[in-house]
Unconditional design. Structure first.
Length: 205
């Protein structure tokens, strides 16, 4: 792809680093921004820079937040002893949109995937186990995607906390095997949370 401007080429190259964005789509987006008022493009640039510089991770659940303790964890109306374990912030948003869950979350930051070089110690599992050991959790809901990696992560967490006094459940299989949680429709996801089942029932020990 030939460019008449090195500045344009650089912008397209940077934009094409985003997931799902190829060079042609990146070029279309960059040209679109060039046609917009300069203030609009600068506002986008400022928003991205500010987010990257100031965004935080909740010290309790590891969710992305503007403050040290996110709004969900600091909400006194949430049930602090029920924790829903999810892969990332997209899953928190998906479950929150169902209005079917009033507990807290724990964001792992991924799932165990040896093929990708991701092991248990690369995830926020240790802090989750600590919450259980401290007796702060009555129920742990494992709400990871119904994939091999998700099931592997579920089982690893279960093995770490099974000797402690905590109920371990998993979302009902209204979510098709192999599906990512964020793509489930709100009704199906909501029912999967409400109709969760004991984790032991989902595995063969």
């Amino acid at each position: 792809m030939e460019f008449s401007s090195k500045l344009l080429e650089r912008a397209v190259n940077e934009m094409s680093q985003l997931p799902g964005i190829g060079k042609r789509t990146a070029l279309r987006l960059v040209l679109h921004m060039l046609r917009q008022p300069k203030e609009q493009t600068l506002a986008l640039s400022d928003a991205l820079q500010t987010m990257r510089k100031d965004v935080k991770f909740c010290k309790s659940c590891h969710n992305i937040s503007d403050i040290e303790l996110c709004e969900i964890c600091s909400n006194p109306k949430r049930k602090e002893d029920i924790i829903c374990v999810v892969e990332d912030i997209r899953d928190v948003m998906a479950i929150e949109n169902t209005s079917s869950f009033r507990g807290l979350y724990h964001v792992l930051g991924g799932k165990i995937s040896p093929m990708d070089g991701i092991g248990p110690h690369d995830l926020n599992i240790e802090s989750l186990v600590s919450k259980v050991k401290e007796g702060r959790v009555s129920e742990l809901i494992l709400a990871l995607s119904s994939t091999m990696e998700g099931d592997t992560t579920n089982f690893y967490i279960y093995k770490q906390i099974k000797d402690y006094k905590v109920t371990t459940s998993t979302i009902a299989r209204g979510i098709s095997v192999g599906d990512e949680l964020e793509y489930a429709d709100e009704i199906t996801l909501g029912r999967s949370i409400v109709n969760r089942i004991p984790f032991e029932s989902s595995i063969k020990l």
